[in-house]
Design a binder for this molecule. Structure first.
Ligand code: ADP
Ligand code: MG
Length: 730
């Protein structure tokens, strides 16, 4: 446990760090290279590799876009080419890199070194490229309730590029893979995501073909993630057992200044942080990750990075890499990057805005409004279909972002609430209002149809700058932004769920449009009808007001929108056959995979909370209570001395009493919490409910008494770094 000395040293160290300078890549003339000159140097590129013949390159591109399988013969050529490329660059090992259900990534390294006829050579065999067998028993697999064999294998995903990671003393080739059990169940995040993406492609393509877009043969889901994080000096971090054990502060008084002045957001980036961001961008660019924006976020010590969007699967992998690189580069600058959704009470938490759209094979963004009435009808139907999907599957979407950490953001009056609603902005809302209230609409008459002006829709939307930051799911000009996703989330999971919902509604929409057209309707009329159908049905999910206000909670309840406040509640969607039916019917998940996910995610929720409780209890007993007792001892000595001189000591006595009361309450509540934790028993679901409904609120009471004690104990007797130091000193 930290001592006063640790805290004092952290203050000195954090403010005296030398700025880290790095070697910027230079060309042969000694001039700094442009980003475009080193961009992607650590990813293996099929398109530019000279060791891959043209016919193989073609097959790979075809396989990547059609989802078919590469021949073993051609895979062998790739294996050789990538081995040469990686070992030329100094790689000694390769690994199958995958996303298990824990949310992070996993890798098991093998050396390229092979002994052949007594000779040492570098080699990656075709079977090593195509398939691996990590010991699956240690990965979360849902425990005994799952009926299938939990052992599994990894298999190469050639749609996501292979890349090199650099550690201080060598490089490793990472091969993105899926992770599947021997009985075919997805044990990872990627597999359902890939299924969902191809399902969206099929359903949306069919719809577009029906409404006259005959040349569309494929639709991609595009994703761009804005990643938020905190940076604090490493010495503060290591002096806070709660940050080390749980990723968030379990107790702490807010500093007098936090984010009230709004002076941090988009403010000047401090040099030490800038140095970090520059190195981060350098590393990401070398990895072919198009990092684009960097800025301060709302809370002190909080920052954001966003790359340019790409295909969902690539973006999901890249976001994992971004999180890992943020952490490793931060460490080089003596920072610790905190990705937790709610590291500090009382100031904003961190989210990940997942920008979502679809683009057809000619690169046209389906959420881009067009210049003519027909294009706009198609655009409006797209928005209506997305709105219906979110309305219909709001519970499942809430489930997809559920985690112990994200519960602190959702509905905490400073983040989107756990009620899933859709923000459309002024223009679209006006149009949908007209449609909803049954204004006489005709597809032929663009002007009366859109009183707001069909032709100018594109311009109107561009001007639509009243971005509502409080909405969990917002239309922002030419994409939707799923803002309720947590900062540590593996985006593949919520995106799979969103995609499944979209695919389901697209299928129904295509069926509907097809029968309308068969019955003689024009394409435009059919589009207008399907738009009207969904707008009328899903109208209650559209909300443009302040999502942080308590009025909205009441209003949403009146509208009948679900509000799953805790993860314990939200995760039950996975085992609710009715709510999760679409996930199975669209083929994105198997029923057994949903059951397994319930076990893994609920178990994880329970374990994380239990770690928080035990960390909190030990911090109270070992740090907070002793600090309070030390102060009581000081006070009582003074009081006694004063009394021996027959002097007044009302102030000291008053403080003593207050402290005594806070300490007694703290002690009693901590004992209560401890006893309830010890008495926890039941199945996963029962324990989750108890944690969410009883234990977690109890722990919040303990935290509030800790804050009271911290407020009373003098600075010189308080061993834990304070919010004001962690957030402001660097
Ligand atoms: P803001 O903070 O205003 O929302 P940013 O520029 O920080 O904007 O982030 C917007 C994100 O949305 C970027 O990652 C960007 O590439 C992504 N994006 C833009 N267009 C699309 C699209 N069509 N599909 C998916 N993501 C997109
Ligand atoms: Mg955004």
């Amino acid at each position: 446990m930290p001592t006063l000395e640790t805290r004092t040293n952290a203050k000195i160290e954090s403010t005296n760090r030398l700025l880290r300078e790095i070697d910027i890549p230079i060309d042969t003339n000694g001039n700094p290279m442009k980003v475009s000159e080193y961009y992607g140097e650590n990813v293996f590129n099929f398109a530019t590799s000279t060791d891959i013949p043209e016919n193989v390159r073609k097959e790979i591109l075809n396989v990547a876009s059609s989802g078919s399988k590469i021949s073993k013969e051609h895979a062998d050529i790739v294996a050789n080419a990538v081995t040469k490329w990686a070992t030329d660059k100094g790689a000694t090992h390769f690994c199958h890199w995958f996303q298990p259900l824990t949310g992070g990534t996993a890798e098991k390294h093998d050396a390229f070194l092979t002994i052949k006829n007594g000779q040492a050579i570098e080699r990656l065999s075709v079977s090593q490229l195509l398939q691996g067998e990590p010991d699956a028993s240690s990965f979360p697999n849902g425990g005994s309730r799952s009926t299938f064999e939990a052992r599994g294998y990894t298999s190469w995903d050639l749609t996501s590029p292979m890349f090199l990671t650099e550690a201080p003393n060598g490089k490793t080739l990472c091969i993105p893979t899926a992770f599947v059990s021997y009985t075919g169940e997805a044990l990872d995040i990627k597999t359902p995501l890939l299924r969902s993406v191809s399902k969206v492609s099929n359903e949306v393509t069919r719809f577009l073909n029906l409404v006259g877009k005959k040349d569309v043969s494929k639709v991609d889901v595009t994703i761009g993630c804005e990643q938020e994080y905190f940076l604090i000096d490493k010495d503060f971090y290591y002096a806070r057992p709660d940050l080390v054990m749980t990723g968030r502060t379990l107790l702490g008084c807010s500093s007098s200044k936090n984010q009230q002045l709004d002076d941090h957001y988009f403010g000047r980036i401090p040099d030490r942080v800038m140095g970090f961001m520059q190195e981060l961008d350098l590393e990401l660019h070398k990895l072919g990750i198009p990092s684009k924006t960097r800025h301060n976020e709302v809370a002190p010590g909080q920052y954001e990075i966003a790359p340019v969007f790409s295909a969902a699967n690539v973006s999901a992998d890249q976001n994992q890499i971004i999180m890992a690189v943020i952490k490793s580069v931060a460490a080089k600058h003596d920072f610790v990057a905190i990705l937790h959704e709610k590291p500090f009470a009382g100031i904003n938490g961190s989210g990940k805005h997942v920008n979502w759209s679809m683009s057809d094979n000619s690169g046209h963004n389906l959420l881009e409004p067009g210049e003519n009435p027909h294009e706009n009808l198609l655009f409006l139907s797209t928005v209506a279909i997305v709105t219906e999907s979110v309305f219909r599957h709001a519970k499942a979407l809430r489930m997809g972002i559920a985690s112990a950490a994200n519960d602190h953001r959702l509905g905490a009056n400073e983040a989107p609430p756990s009620i899933i609603s859709v923000f459309l902005g002024h223009t679209l809302e006006g149009i949908f209002e007209n449609i909803y209230s049954g204004k006489k609409l005709s597809a032929k008459d663009g002007d009366t149809f859109l009183e707001t002006g069909a032709q100018q829709l594109a311009h109107l939307l561009l001007d639509n700058t009243d971005r509502n930051r409080t909405s969990p799911f917002a239309f922002t000009g030419n994409k939707f932004e799923f803002r309720a996703v947590g900062s540590t989330a593996a985006i593949g999971f919520p995106v799979s769920i969103l995609n499944a919902a979209i695919a389901e509604v697209y299928k129904e929409s295509a069926d509907f449009v097809e029968s309308e057209i068969k019955a003689g309707a024009s394409i435009d009329d059919a589009l207008l009808k399907i738009t009207t159908k969904w707008v009328k049905n899903a109208y209650s999910v559209i909300f443009n007001g302040d999502g942080y206000s308590s009025d909205w909670v009441d209003e949403a309840e009146k509208r009948g929108l679900p509000n799953l406040r805790t993860s314990a509640e939200a995760l039950k969607v996975l085992t609710d056959e009715k709510e999760s039916a679409f996930l199975v019917e669209t083929g994105v998940f198997k029923r057994s995979e949903l059951e397994l996910r319930y076990e893994v995610l609920a178990e994880r929720y329970n374990t994380l909370r239990e770690i928080e409780f035990s960390t909190l209890i030990s911090m109270v007993n070992q740090t907070v209570i002793p600090a309070a007792i030390n102060y009581k001892t000081e006070l009582s000595q003074i009081i006694q001395r004063q009394k021996s001189f027959n002097l007044e000591c009302s102030v000291e006595t008053e403080i003593y009493k207050k402290l005594n009361f806070a300490l007694e309450s703290l002690y009693a509540n901590t004992n209560n919490l401890s006893a309830t934790v010890d008495g926890l028993e039941g199945d996963t679901e029962g324990i989750s409910d108890k944690i969410a409904n009883d234990l977690f609120p109890q722990s919040e009471v303990v935290a509030s008494f800790c804050a009271e004690v911290e407020n009373l104990v003098p600075n010189t007797l308080w061993p834990l770094p304070k919010y004001s130091e962690m957030l402001f000193l660097r």
